[in-house]
Design a protein around this ligand. Sequence first.
Ligand code: TYD
Length: 129
Amino acid sequence: MTLKPQLIQFPSIKEPKGDLTFTTFESDLPFEVKRSYWITEIPDQQLRGGHAHKSDIQLIVCVKGRVKAKLQALDGDVHEFTLSSASEGLLIPPMWWGEMVFSEDALLLGFASNPFNEKDYIRDKADFR
Ligand code: TYD
């Protein structure tokens, strides 16, 4: 199965006391989560990403604020997403070049299919092409 970039909607319990969103890794996600990371203290309009992963699958959730993500495939296919809800995540398959622009005070939570390995990154767009 070839994964495509896509938004995944999480179940969310909205109550006057706050919103609680959840996912069950084994049954609800199309990969096994081996690692999580979070990005905080992001300046307004900060650009991050600028790389692709050779085999790592990523799921990112903008828990607070807004993230605009542009994903580009080797064949030139481009998908753009705006993440502004804690109840959805963006699935980023391997070999998609990703660039993200963050709003001030955005909080990003990431899940990945592999332990961290710098060798899994393609950071030079010429190498990606
Ligand atoms: P990077 O993935 O390049 O961040 P972004 O795509 O958001 O710009 O990661 C930034 C730095 O953090 C880089 O030196 C790699 C390191 N890092 C880890 O050590 N472990 C991790 O799980 C992640 C995601 C990054």
